[in-house]
Ligand binder design. Structure first.
Ligand SMILES: Cc1cc2nc3c(=O)[nH]c(=O)nc-3n(C[C@H](O)[C@H](O)[C@H](O)COP(=O)(O)OP(=O)(O)OC[C@H]3O[C@@H](n4cnc5c(N)ncnc54)[C@H](O)[C@@H]3O)c2cc1C
Ligand code: FES
Length: 260
């Protein structure tokens, strides 16, 4: 199903942590087209000098209410404009875009690992998985969405760099300390975290799906600004470029060439 362009209507837009906002957008065509957790939408800032859309992961989708929830951090001009939106404001949205997490297997013990703004797409994933879900989340300081994961029945561990919340350290420290049963791991967050998790999973022979949040320009597969290197046995070099926006953002960790 292709991405749809729609004038969404803001239902709510609330600050939930320092610089972090949770926005619900009524966008019936897109909400009814989301196929996989881990897909994202392109949100268009209103002011003309910010021409390019901003890719933001789908945090939750409610097809009955025809809403999409996004949770975003204000880091610059585009996200700063989103934070000013009020109930009933319009926002142009396109999506759903990309290949999300594959949940078609019969795995029962799921590990979800998120870091910073990589945490939001794991919420819709935790809702859809069948079996036991353990979530390990890393934040710089203030955690968010913890109660949302618990509401859907996940066991949640939190690590913060500051140590003010959860345990001091990072997500790998928790994985090394705790004895968590895992058939399949899923992750989204900063690349160093994904790379370290991938190595840990390879050592333990656990398959891991990773969502890469590369910098994007067009976000729809046209500009080739978001490529990553993926192993490719059909190519004479043993690898080929893939577009993170439309071939990903989710890939098997074992297929990604991490050292580039
Ligand atoms: C597939 C995908 C899903 C994403 N999902 C989310 C999400 O759910 N929540 C969320 O808060 N953010 C998410 N992001 C990141 C988000 O797109 C950027 O933060 C946003 O585009 C910044 O726009 P801006 O105009 O506010 O900042 P800009 O003015 O464009 O940039 C401000 C600063 O942020 C940095 N930056 C911008 N984009 C990225 C990026 N992709 N990775 C690392 N640094 C970046 C820039 O280098 C600069 O330092 C996602 C990105 C991708 C590619
Ligand atoms: S962002 Fe343009 S091709 Fe991916």
């Amino acid at each position: 199903m292709g991405a749809k362009l729609e004038n969404g209507v803001v239902i709510s837009n609330d600050q939930i942590a320092k610089d972090i906002y949770s926005m619900f957008i009524k966008a019936p065509n897109i909400a009814n087209s989301v196929e996989m957790p881990g897909q994202f939408i392109n949100l268009y800032p209103k002011e003309k000098h910010t021409i390019l859309p901003r890719p933001i992961s789908i945090c939750e989708v409610d097809s009955k209410e025809e809403t999409i929830r996004v949770v975003y951090q204000v880091v610059g001009d585009g996200t700063g404009q989103f934070a000013k939106l009020k109930r009933e404001d319009e926002i142009q949205v396109s999506g759903p875009i990309g290949n999300g997490f594959d949940i078609s297997g019969d795995h029962r013990e799921h590990l979800l690992v998120g870091g910073g703004v990589g945490v939001p797409p794991l919420l819709e994933l935790s809702k859809r998985l069948k079996g036991n879900v353990t979530v390990v989340l890393g934040f710089r300081d203030e955690p968010y969405l913890i109660e949302d994961f618990e509401k859907y029945g996940a066991k949640v561990y939190v690590a913060t760099e500051s140590g003010k919340h959860g345990s001091k350290g990072n997500v790998l420290d928790i994985l090394k300390q705790e004895d968590i049963k895992i058939d399949m791991a899923y992750s989204c967050g900063p690349k160093p975290m994904l790379k370290a998790l991938n190595s840990w999973c390879q050592e333990k022979d656990i398959p891991v799906q990773v969502s890469l949040e590369e910098r994007m320009a067009c976000g729809i597969g046209v500009c080739v600004g978001c490529v990553c290197k993926k192993k490719d046995s059909g190519n004479k070099d043993g690898w080929s470029y893939k577009k993170t926006c439309t071939d990903g953002p989710v890939f098997m960790g074992s297929d990604v060439i991490w050292d580039e």
